[in-house]
Every structure is written in C-alpha cells, then in structure tokens.
Ligand binder design. Structure first.
Ligand SMILES: [Zn+2]
Length: 84
C-alpha cells in the first residue's frame, strides 16, 4: 500500500474531522456516504475507506442505514415505511 499525504486537519472537540474536499471529490465521498475505519496501532495510523456495501434493495451506496446487519438507503427505508 502506498500512502500519499493529502493535507492536515484538526479534530474538533466532538472528535470530528473534515476530509479535504479534493480527497472527497477524488473518491466520490459525498454527504451520506458510509466510510469504515481501519487502525494500525503500531504505526499510529487511521485509514478511512469508502464503505463498499450498498443498499440491499436498490444498490445505492448513499445514505445507508444498518438494519440487522444489512444496509438500506433512506429512499428504500421511506418506501418500506410507507407500506405499513
Ligand atoms: Zn435503496
């Protein structure tokens, strides 16, 4: 794995950090995209990776909500909610 430095940001008091806009654009990390965290404690390193799972119904990977280990997008959750 080749790591490339893409900027530095300060973590705020709630533990949040802004991913640089260029990185978000390059990787398609839009608002609502799920990411997962990998930690290498020996290297004191955190890697944020675009979550590759998708909505079990429509295949969207935006705005996913976990339900019993599966993911559904908000649009499908709203459709299902409307059925009851
Ligand atoms: Zn969906």
């Amino acid at each position: 794995m080749t790591l490339e430095k893409k900027g530095a940001r300060c973590i705020d008091r709630l533990g949040r950090v802004v991913i640089p806009s260029g990185v978000r654009k390059d990787l398609g990390l839009e608002s609502g995209t799920y990411v997962e965290f990998f930690v290498d404690y020996q290297q004191n390193c955190v890697i944020i990776k675009k979550y590759n799972d998708a909505c079990a119904l429509c295949g969207s990977n935006s705005g996913l909500v976990e339900m019993d280990g599966k993911y559904l997008c908000k649009g499908c959750v709203d459709k299902i909610s409307g059925l009851g």
